[in-house]
Design a protein around this ligand. Structure first.
Ligand code: ZN
Length: 488
């Protein structure tokens, strides 16, 4: 059996001012056929899993492009087309094939392409013909389109947020597609459109039980896979919104019924699962309540993991205006400020303009008198079992006890070691600010007295009813109370 493996994706925020061009791929993940020999990057994990399984099965593995960019704004057209065409050329050169497995995101938008995954899968299908087993693994923050369903034999999304299960999902997709190639299964797919734009945390109830029940349905009665695609709320595309995708063995009606069943559950629990956010003021009121231990405030509206610039100043400005002390804040993506600090050197005191450089979503810059405490030219932080580069990072001190970390490689704040690698004692702080939505919880949760999600201004403000969509024109909850009635 000949199995082709590859990856191409990014998460596109239509409202982000950060263009996604070649540099964004080059500095995040870009390998031309040898990713599994060179990196443990999260986006390459499915390729590792596929290679290991295929080699154990005695199959021949042909590895193509593996490219991912930090989430940002719309991908530049020639950059997308060049990467896509490289992937297609890899496949053409590898023919004949029995199985094609591609890791994608599912919310990649390029200039002229609202549905990059549908475009890629359709072109792959026309290249390999109808009989080759074609599967794609997707981030759960994806939109499932008709073009994707028509081209692929199986689509499998992560089930967990935080995304800790990409290798398990890769194994799931491998099993389905190799079964088709061996003539042991005939995968068919059905989608249920939930008509919802929201966010779900799979670590808390009732979503945690929903995920377990999805898994319990798999592997019996001809149900091969159940995926809950949460959608990515800030991708302004016609097919945006959450959906359920079910892969069944030969029985489309059964796939549709199970998708509708889980869709109904997700709809029924919508008020219970709707995330609760603090305003900046309500969060800082709680910071002033005198209780000991770190209060962790997540600046969800400026999460680079959702394509935001990660240099907004709204929250830190409010902290400074209130005179709060004993604070650590980060990670501010500000290559210019970092450059000035590197030039000035460790121990230097200087007037520094920090953040607020990317546009209105970043707010106004902060003009601060800082001391450069430490410079790390190869800073990194933990993300699951992988290390995530921060580029060059600086620890700045403002006054006696406000610590700030700024860096050159745009990333969300995944883990306390983003701060502790400098010697900052995060556990001893009163207030800890992180630019992230959810992934920070694994590391910061255990040391926090409380975690609050703060929805200030920014590129990914989670006010789902009022996101200024232009292309997503279908009715959805919570913009309308009953989108099913509104459309009929
Ligand atoms: Zn995601």
């Amino acid at each position: 059996m000949r199995i082709f493996i590859a990856g191409l994706g990014t998460e596109t925020n239509s409202f982000s001012p950060v263009p996604t061009g070649h540099e964004s791929f080059a500095e995040t993940l870009l390998f031309h056929g040898d990713a599994t020999r060179n990196t443990q990057h999260m986006f390459a994990q499915p390729l590792h899993e596929w290679r290991a399984r295929a080699e154990a099965d005695g199959a021949q593995v042909i590895e193509g492009l593996c490219a991912a960019a930090q989430p940002g704004g719309t991908t530049v057209r020639p950059v997308y087309e060049a990467l896509r065409d490289e992937l297609l050329a890899n496949i053409r050169a590898a023919l004949p094939l029995d199985v094609v497995l591609v890791n994608m995101h599912g919310s990649m938008v390029a200039e002229g392409y609202d549905d990059c995954e549908g475009d890629m899968l359709a072109r792959i299908r026309s290249l390999v013909g109808p009989d080759v087993a074609l599967g794609a693994e997707l981030d759960l923050h994806c939109s499932i389109t008709d073009a994707m369903l028509a081209a692929a034999d199986a689509l499998v999304t992560y089930k967990e947020y935080p995304h800790v299960d990409s290798r398990e999902r890769a194994a799931e997709l491998y099993a389905i597609c190799t079964a088709k190639a061996r003539g042991k299964a005939a995968p068919v797919m059905a989608k249920h459109d939930c008509r919802m734009v929201s966010a779900w945390w799979t670590t808390v109830e009732p979503t945690a039980t929903l995920v377990r029940d999805m898994q319990a349905r798999e592997g019996r009665d001809g149900i091969l896979s159940v995926s809950f695609a949460h959608g990515f709320p800030w991708a302004d595309v016609p097919d945006g919104a959450a959906s359920v995708v079910v892969v069944a063995d030969g029985d489309l009606g059964k796939a549709a019924a199970v998708a509708a069943e889980f869709g109904a559950r997700i709809w029924a629990m919508r008020h219970q699962t709707a995330p609760v956010f603090e305003t900046i003021d309500s969060a800082l009121d709680k910071a002033a309540d005198g209780r000991p231990g770190p209060l962790v405030l997540a600046d969800v509206s400026d999460n680079a993991g959702g394509g935001a610039p990660s240099d907004s100043t709204f929250l830190l400005r409010a902290v400074l205006d209130r005179g709060l002390t004993d604070v650590v804040a980060g990670i501010y993506w500000d290559p210019v400020a970092v450059r000035f600090c590197v030039e000035a050197g460790e121990g230097a005191r200087l007037d520094l303009r920090l953040g607020g450089k990317c546009g209105p979503v970043s707010g106004a810059p902060l003009d601060l008198e800082v001391r450069v405490m430490k410079i790390l030219t190869d800073a990194s932080q933990a993300f699951g079992t992988a290390r995530n580069s921060m580029g060059t990072a600086v620890w700045l001190r403002l006054g006696d006890d406000i610590d700030i970390v700024a860096n050159t490689l745009r990333t969300q704040t995944f883990h306390p070691d983003a701060y502790t690698q400098f010697g900052i004692d995060v556990a001893a702080k009163h207030l800890v600010l992180v630019k992230s939505s959810q992934h920070f919880r694994a590391g910061f949760g255990p040391l926090a007295r409380e975690v609050l999600h703060v929805a200030g201004p920014g590129a990914i403000t989670p006010d789902f009813a009022h996101i200024p969509f232009r292309k997503l024109t279908r009715p959805y909850w919570p913009r309308v109370e009953d989108p099913f009635a509104a459309e009929s």
